[in-house]
Design a binder for this molecule. Structure first.
Ligand code: AMP
Ligand code: ZN
Length: 134
C-alpha cells in the first residue's frame, strides 16, 4: 500500500522513534501518546486489521509486544500496561494498517481505558453464547 503511512514508517521510508525492530515488525513511539512510552507494534507488511492479518503474524505481534512490555517495565518503571488493538472506525481505528498499542500505565496517569458495563440477563448471555458458538 504505497499511500499507507504505517507501511512507510514500518519499512523505514519515513523516520520514526523506533524502539524495536526485526524482519517482520517495527515498534515505534506513538506521536500522540496516552502515557509516557505509548508504542505501536507495526507489521512491515500491510494488513488492514485483525480480520486480514494471518494467524502466524498476529502471534508474532503478541511475542513482540511481550518483549517490549518487559522493556517498559524495566526501563520506564511502569506500574501496569494495557494492550489495545482497534479494528474498524466504529472501534476507534483511525489508521487502517494493523497495529497493536502498548500503553504503559502509571499511578495517577489520569488515563481511562474503560467501557461502560451493561447488565444482560443470564438468558441473554446464553443466547449470545449460542449465537457465537452455534
Ligand atoms: P488507532 O486509533 O488505533 O488507529 O491508533 C492510531 C494511532 O497512531 C494513534 O494513537 C496516533 O496517535 C498514532 N499515529 C498516527 N500517525 C502517527 C505517526 N505518524 N507516528 C506515530 N504515531 C502515529
Ligand atoms: Zn500499510
Amino acid at each position: 500500500m504505497s499511500d499507507c503511512i504505517f507501511c512507510m514508517i514500518a519499512k523505514g521510508e519515513i523516520p520514526s522513534n523506533t524502539i524495536f525492530e526485526n524482519d517482520n515488525f517495527r515498534v515505534i513511539l506513538d506521536n500522540g501518546p496516552a502515557t509516557k512510552g505509548h508504542a505501536l507494534v507495526l507489521p512491515k507488511n500491510h494488513y488492514a486489521d485483525l480480520f486480514e492479518i494471518p494467524e502466524d503474524v498476529v502471534a508474532e505481534a503478541a511475542k513482540v509486544a511481550k518483549t517490549v512490555a518487559g522493556k517498559m517495565k524495566e526501563k520506564l518503571g511502569c506500574d501496569g500496561l494495557n494492550l489495545v488493538q482497534n479494528n474498524g472506525a466504529i472501534a476507534g481505528q483511525t489508521v487502517m494498517h494493523f497495529h497493536l498499542h502498548i500503553i504503559p500505565r502509571y499511578e495517577d496517569d489520569g488515563q481511562r481505558i474503560l467501557w461502560k458495563p451493561s447488565s444482560p440477563s443470564a438468558e441473554e448471555l446464553v443466547e449470545i453464547k449460542n449465537q457465537i458458538v452455534g
